[in-house]
Design a protein around this ligand. Structure first.
Ligand code: NDP
Ligand code: AKG
Length: 434
């Protein structure tokens, strides 16, 4: 089933009435309004950008290993494609909802524009706990989801990728199911695949790598030494573990990391390579030896560190705890970890927040490299990928920094200003208004 700009995504929130808990969509809309106030953009464009173009909702039946049948709900939100095909991940998580997918798809539109990639924004997922499924069940679920979305995706239309609860294997199954239906191998329908079937070297580490690069640049900007920089990382998955390990390699002291089981803390710095990531062994963080274990993993957000990297789920920094965040800089590895109301509290307290749409954008940037490699049937080496990523991240960092300095705005507003200017210009040049 496909719905247009669905009722559930009508404007509910406005900047003047911040309430919590905020949905991803509410946060995204408030951030948009806040940043748009700094720009001379047609208000019609801003109003349009508060809504997705389309949200596809599909039923995904799965025959479980015990022979029973369960029907899951899947979504694909397509927010805006003025700059190119919709692009963004697929999430398998019990809290996936239409509203969450729409909010996340909006962030993808801005993220691709901040990075100046020729893509728009999409996001989707299935309401399921992947930890409760066997590998065979995950494969059947993914293949059926791909079949249900087949008409709406494609290398020139909408290109999914991994997100929470999905990985390169999920993308390989998705690509295979799509290709079988189309009658030819079409690697460019998804990114984040294993390199052996058209994936890019370095894609898996890329969002964590970009978080590390942006942390390094932010530390330098605020005159903090990378050597001995104290860092806490919430979430030890694809983003968190890769960011932690790279920063560790570059001399920072990663003093705390967490997963859903809790956090571990060592003021001397943890051996991040010895701690298994979510992909290597889920829920393994608190099984490691460390001087201190924090049973309530959210305590990691209040540790006295130079840099806090929330890299798990959304809304973890809210009005409940924003006043207790003791880091000097928050670098957002997750999408939407800070609510709109918490952002204001952190700003008042001079805690610098480097936003998700810049910090974790390495994932979609290497996805773009992968898409180019697929189209051109050419493979880049890991060195080429990492060199290009470094250069794209520095270019985006400099664009955003220029707005921070020119307008005296927050890093989030500055990133939105860069993105919105590009999107508004594209809309104006294309002349999309009837
Ligand atoms: N993968 C990608 O390409 C990109 C992902 N992102 C964003 O980064 C975030 C993380 O994604 P990703 O790394 O891919 O996810 P993964 O599924 O690889 O890992 C998620 C990690 O977060 C932990 N976690 C989940 N909930 C909590 C919680 N409440 N407190 C502490 N830890 C928690 C999980 O722990 P456990 O092992 O116990 O389950 C796991 O370690 C998401 O917001 C995602 O949208 C952003 C850009 C790209
Ligand atoms: O690689 C991509 O296309 C998108 C990754 C993603 O979902 C994200 O950046 O949030």
């Amino acid at each position: 089933m496909s719905t247009g700009t669905a009722d559930t995504t009508e404007t509910k929130a406005s900047e003047s009435e911040p309430e919590e808990p905020e949905s991803a969509l509410e946060t995204a809309r408030r951030q948009l309004e806040h940043a748009a106030a700094h720009l001379d953009v047609d208000p019609g464009v801003i109003e349009r950008l508060k809504h997705p173009t389309t949200v596809h909702r599909v039923a995904v039946p799965l025959k479980r290993d015990d022979g029973s049948v369960k029907v899951y709900t899947g979504y694909r939100a397509q927010h805006d494609d003025v700059r190119g095909p919709y692009k963004g991940g697929l999430r398998y998580h019990p809290h996936v909802s239409e509203e969450e997918c729409v909010g996340l798809s909006m962030w993808m539109t801005w993220k691709c524009a901040v990075m100046d990639l020729p893509f728009g924004g999409g996001k989707g997922g299935v309401v399921v706990d992947p930890k409760q499924l066997s590998d065979g069940e995950k494969e059947r679920l993914t293949r059926r989801f791909a079949e249900e979305l087949r008409k709406f995706v494609g290398p020139k239309k909408d290109i999914p990728a991994p997100d929470m609860g999905t990985d390169s294997q999920t993308m390989a199954w998705f690509m295979d199911a799509y290709s079988m239906q189309e009658g030819e191998t079409i690697p460019g329908v998804v990114t984040g695949k294993p390199p052996v079937v058209g994936g890019s070297e370095g894609r898996q580490e890329a969002p964590g790598r970009s978080v590390a690069i942006i942390t390094r640049e932010a530390a330098d900007y605020y005159d903090l030494e990378l050597d001995g920089l104290t860092v806490a990382v919430q979430g030890y998955g694809s983003v968190g573990a890769n960011a932690a390990r790279l920063l560790d390699d570059w001399g920072a002291d990663v003093v705390a990391v967490s997963d859903t089981g809790g956090a571990i803390y060592d003021p001397e710095g943890l051996d991040t390579h010895a701690i298994p990531s979510f992909a290597e062994e889920p829920n393994a963080v608190t099984k490691q030896d460390a001087p201190e274990t924090l049973e309530d993993g959210s305590d990691i957000l209040e540790l006295d560190v130079d840099v806090l990297i929330p890299a798990a789920v959304g809304n973890v920094i809210s009005t409940e705890n924003a006043a207790d965040v003791r880091a000097d800089i928050v670098v957002e590895g997750a999408n939407g970890p800070t609510t709109f109301a918490a952002d204001a509290i952190l700003d008042e307290r001079d805690v610098e927040v480097i936003p998700d749409i810049l910090a974790n954008a390495g994932g979609v940037t290497v996805s773009y490299f992968e898409w180019l490699q697929d189209i051109n049937r050419r493979t880049w080496s890991l060195e080429e990928v990492n060199e290009e990523l470094e250069s794209e991240m520095l270019s985006a960092w400099n664009d955003v920094r220029a707005e921070v300095e020119a307008r005296d705005v927050t890093w989030r507003d500055a990133a939105y200003i860069v993105a919105l200017s590009r999107i508004a210009e594209a809309k104006s040049v294309r002349g999309l208004w009837p």
